[in-house]
Unconditional design. Structure first.
Lengths: 333, 286
């Protein structure tokens, strides 16, 4: 049943450019996929490590800017991608070393500050980043002779990257390392007492999360062929955090659902109203107040609740395990 | 005219403004453990309230006080209606305050428009005052004096009054404070309103220096964050000293390395984090 649904979902995604039949919608689908990669990366920290970062747009932006500057200085696409990811990993290591000095709220505030530094450099260091005007690149790459210049071509490339990231993160989450990471989220002291190096586990998780943010940053650069300080701003970090939270933290498909929701809302909303930021803020507040566990688990809960209401009570009903509400996570190490 | 002396005077005035902004942020963070990401927005909202009140014919100082009061009421409502529902849920508080800050920013853009609005300096404080043969802008000297008076008043409030003793008890150990009969939840509302009011007041006072524009909130919030990371959360003296350090770095950085002013600003924060993660005057987190 599960496999069937998965196969069906894959089929729908793979054939999407044929049945939406319009490059505008195909492009929106590409945007969803690229933000889904970003949200999956952030979810490694927020969901599995219990560390809320509000500076991830900084890493996303570092990858996009490095890639753009490398391409414009004459490097090939492969070199630009590798260089961008390398620089992003270094930046993620620096971010992690500093932000992991604080726990809980301290961590959030330090990531905000670090993200703002990157924004400040992108905005002010005009001789390199071209300031508010941003940097554009001329071409998209053509791996193995396949063109990414068309909307469907780019969509399939994004789909491949998305599936790779999904697979990598699924393997990561199920691995002993992923399980110990969740251990450091729920019981940092106990994990420490058991001999796990809590700091190192969090540090490596930060690097892994930063790597996928960098991949998403490169996809973003190729999608828009342009990057500006706007995509590094706090709003951008907040948007991707909203995707993670909206979809449900610590789930595999949650970030994808959240990305789809936010990107579609953004495109639909901005067609009708000018005030996207107001709507974004209102959604934040509404989700936190009404569906604190995220839309996917929240809707599932609602669905189960309706099913139990509809189904007539049987005397020997099989007890279905009810998912307990998330415990309050202790941030301290 | 000696440029660096003038820069220093401006830095001190800016530091005074930052103190008004970050003292509330630090108290809210220290007492309630709430990372109030609306603080920059409250500053901006205060400034815009001031603009509207002055346009209605109020004088500068009455407008500043009424605006501060308005922002304090707004802050109190946010605390009562939203944050009250999320005790101890840090992530939820971050999201709600962030969401609110977007809403305030967009609302201000809609209501007051996208052009920068400057607030006129009060007439009595225009021109320059000569100290030891050097002219300083009178208004900036007034801002410094206000900051010092507010700092002294806050210090007296925290150290000498019953309310201050209760707030300090709440910062130290909220559960114990509850047990001995202090209504910590009411303290939360008072402190949140006080912090919001100070931020709004700072917004109006800062108007003649910074003017008001969309994005002012995003400019001020990181400064308040750095001040609190530097000085340590919940520490008045920490935010006082942190404010002046940040103001000096920001002004001198902008004058000497305009492209890297932001990086210069954050360097001391990085040093403090590495050497003393709880901040210069903070205590280790419980």
């Amino acid at each position: 049943m599960r496999r069937l649904a998965l196969a069906f979902g894959l089929l729908v995604l793979a054939t999407l450019p044929f049945w939406v039949g319009n490059s505008y919608y195909t492009n929106i689908a590409s945007q969803i996929l690229l933000y889904a990669v970003f949200a999956l990366g952030l979810n490694v920290l927020v969901g599995y490590a219990g560390l809320v970062s509000l500076g991830h747009a900084g890493l996303f932006g570092i990858a996009a800017y490095t890639g753009a500057l490398l391409i414009n200085s004459g490097a090939g696409h492969l070199l630009a991608i590798l260089g961008a990811l390398g620089v992003t990993l270094l930046a993620a290591a620096a971010f992690a070393m500093l932000s992991l000095r604080g726990t809980g709220l301290g961590f959030v505030m330090i990531t905000v500050a670090l993200g703002q530094i990157v924004w400040g450099v992108a905005y002010r260091w005009i001789s390199i980043t071209n300031g508010d005007n941003g940097v554009s690149i001329a071409t998209r790459p053509a791996p193995f002779g396949l063109t990414l210049a068309t909307a469907p071509g780019f969509y399939w490339a994004s789909l491949v990257v998305f599936l790779v990231s999904l697979g990598a993160i699924a393997v990561f989450a199920a691995s002993p390392f992923g399980i110990s990471l969740r251990g450091t989220r729920d019981q940092p002291r106990r994990m420490n007492a058991l001999g796990y190096h809590v700091w190192m586990i969090r540090f490596l998780a930060f690097l892994f999360s930063g790597l996928w943010s960098g991949v998403a940053g490169m996809l973003f650069l190729y999608y828009n062929q342009f990057v500006s300080p706007q995509s590094v701003a706090l709003t951008s970090s907040a948007e991707v955090l909203l995707m993670v939270i909206a979809g449900g933290t610590g789930t595999l498909l949650g970030p994808f659902a959240g990305a789809a929701l936010v990107v579609i809302m953004k495109n639909v909303a901005s067609a009708y109203i000018e005030r996207w930021n107001f709507v974004l803020g209102a959604i934040f507040v509404a989700i936190v107040i009404f569906m604190p566990e995220g839309l996917v688990p929240g809707s599932l809960r609602f669905w189960r609740w309706t099913l139990t209401r509809l189904r007539p009570r049987r005397p020997a009903a099989v007890a279905t395990p009810v998912r307990a509400p998330l415990p309050n996570r202790e941030g301290g190490a | 005219m000696n440029i660096s002396l003038l820069l220093a005077a401006n830095s001190i005035a800016f530091g005074g403004l930052l103190f008004l902004l970050s003292a509330g942020f630090s108290l809210i963070f220290g007492l309630m453990r709430i990372p109030n990401l609306t603080h920059g927005s409250l500053f901006m909202l205060g400034a815009y309230f001031g603009v509207s009140l002055i346009a209605l014919g109020l004088g500068f100082w009455p407008a500043a006080i009424v605006a501060a009061f308005g922002v304090a009421v707004f802050g109190g409502l946010v605390e009562r209606l939203l944050l009250r529902r999320l005790p101890g849920a840090e992530l939820a508080q971050v999201l709600v305050t962030l969401g609110l800050s977007f809403m305030i920013a967009d609302f201000s853009l809609m209501w007051w428009g996208g052009d920068p609005i400057s607030i006129d300096t009060p007439r009595a404080l225009r021109g320059a005052t000569f100290v030891a043969g050097l002219g300083f802008p009178t208004y900036r000297i007034a801002v410094i004096m206000i900051a010092v008076i507010v700092a002294a008043a806050l210090w007296a409030l925290l150290d000498w009054t019953r309310l201050g003793a209760m707030i300090r008890a709440g910062v130290d150990d909220p559960e114990m404070a509850r047990i001995v009969g202090i209504r910590v939840s009411r303290l939360f509302t008072i402190v949140f309103s006080l912090g919001a009011g100070l931020a709004g007041f700072a917004g109006v006072i800062g108007g003649p220096i910074l003017s008001v524009y969309p994005g002012l909130d995003q400019d001020m919030l990181p400064l308040a964050l750095v001040v609190v990371i530097l000085g340590g959360s919940g520490s008045l003296i920490g935010s006082f000293i942190g404010s002046f350090v940040v103001a000096f770095l920001y002004n001198f950085g902008q004058a000497m390395l305009p492209e890297l002013a932001y990086v210069v600003l954050f360097l001391p924060m990085l040093v403090v984090l590495v050497v003393r993660p709880e901040g210069l005057f903070g205590r280790a987190a419980p």
